[in-house]
Each structure stands twice: as structure tokens, then as C-alpha cells.
Design a protein around this ligand. Sequence first.
Ligand SMILES: Nc1ncnc2c1ncn2[C@@H]1O[C@H](COP(=O)(O)OP(=O)(O)OP(=O)(O)O)[C@@H](O)[C@H]1O
Ligand SMILES: [Mg+2]
Length: 256
Amino acid sequence: MHVIAIANNKGGVGKTTSTQNIGAAIATFANKKTLLIDLDPQASLSKSFGIYLEPHKMHAGTFLLGKCDLKDAIITYNNSNLDILPTSMELVQNKEEIKKTNNFPFNLLHALEKYKTSYDFVIVDCPPGVGTLTTIALTACSRYYVPLQAEYFSYEGLRDFISYTGKISSINPNIKLGGVFATRFNPHSRKNFSRNLIQAVKEQLGNRFLQTYIRDNIALSEAQAKKLTIFDYDKKSNGAQDYYNLTKEILYGEKF
Ligand SMILES: Nc1ncnc2c1ncn2[C@@H]1O[C@H](COP(=O)(O)OP(=O)(O)OP(=O)(O)O)[C@@H](O)[C@H]1O
Ligand SMILES: [Mg+2]
């Protein structure tokens, strides 16, 4: 089982959209049993799959607290290889409880131990920032990927984030930056600065800057509104092509 975190200290950069569609591509095209975990109390990933939990249902928060089995909380997408562990606003309170547990920040790592043979891939959608939940995800993962939106991006922000994740290696020696990739990128933009920024990041990160970028594509938002992955909504869209290529680059690049 490979655990991957999709994280960035910035909000609204495409973490959730990337989790959903990289997950769908791994499950569908690579035919791997895949679990997506929604670790953001905003529950955007859950909602993107049409999952709206009623109060007191089992979810990612109760799973992290050891109060339920995975099978009691997961929802399978369209009879496929793709399971989702959804979340709800209750995760805000759960988070405070989780912080006080003896095994913090190893909660997710330990909770998943039992399921090592149940999934090939687990992908965790982190909330923006480097708080409790992101820390738990980074402690459990072997690779993390950072979506980067050039227009709203500062190089210092990325550097600070990567230096934070570097500190996690003292408690999780397996953690490695899988890659940084550009999202909502318009290669024909006349805004030179976004291309220059991307160039600067490429020079700093070398081959950790992935070659595939995700173009700005409205079909990605439309798919989420229809509660579908991009491949089920419009497999010919730029979004579908880009996430297919990105997933190939991730899988082959890492030799999973
Ligand atoms: N490549 C894209 N083209 C067009 N719209 C996109 C693209 N990627 C994401 N979006 C849209 O941008 C918005 C923010 O994306 P998303 O929710 O994936 O970001 P996020 O980093 O998870 O945000 P948050 O930090 O709030 O969790 C969503 O409405 C999504 O549909
Ligand atoms: Mg999100």
C-alpha cells in the first residue's frame, strides 16, 4: 500500500480536484484498488463525489479516533475500484480530540496498518495549511505532491512549505516530495510572470517539478458539480487528458 498526500499551505490551488482525478486515474487506468481520504473539514472532496453526511455518521474523523472500522465509513464510487472515506464538519471537533491522543501525529499511519493489503493506493486530500490534519497525513505518507497555481503563488510560500515537510522526516523517515505540478495553468497566457515563476521553480526543483501541467479547464469544475470524476464527465476534455498524463508521470516516475 502506497500512501500519498496532496498538500499545499495555500488554499484553492487544486488539491481536492487533483486528489479526485489522480485517484480516479489510478483506479481506472492502472486498475489499482484505491482509497481517497477527505481530511479537510470543508468536505469538498466528499461533496465532489456527492457525499453529504448526516450528523453522527462515521467518517474520517471517527476513523482517526479509532471509533469505527473503515468498512463502516467508506463509500464506493460507481461500483469501481475507487473508495472514498468522506468527512464532515464534525472533523473540526474531532481534530481537537485527535491532538490529545497518545499516538498523535501517527493516528492515520496506525489506523491504516490493518488495511495494508486492502488497497494499492491511499490518497489523502489535505486542508490548506500545515495544521494538525496535514501533519497527520504527512506522517502517514511515503510521497507528497504539491499542486501549484502560478497566479497566486509565491516562491517563498513553497519553500517554507517544503522546509516544513522536511521537518516531518524526523518522525517519518519514508516521506519524500513526489513532485510539484502546475495547476490551472494557461500556457498561452500573456502574463509572463506566471511562466517566469514556473521556470524559476523548475530550476530550483529540478526533476521534482513534474513535466505535466494541468490546464485551466471548466470541465473540471463542471464534473464536480455533477458529482463525477473528469473521466466519467468528459473523457475528451483537456482536464481528463492532463490528469491522465499527470498520473502516468507519477506512477512511472516513482516506479510504484
Ligand atoms: N484546472 C482547473 N481548471 C479550472 N478550474 C479548476 C481547476 N482545478 C480546480 N479548479 C476549480 O477551482 C476551485 C478550487 O479547486 P480545489 O477545490 O481543487 O482547490 P483546493 O486546493 O482543494 O482548495 P482548498 O484549499 O479550499 O481545499 C474548485 O472550484 C475547482 O473546481
Ligand atoms: Mg480542497
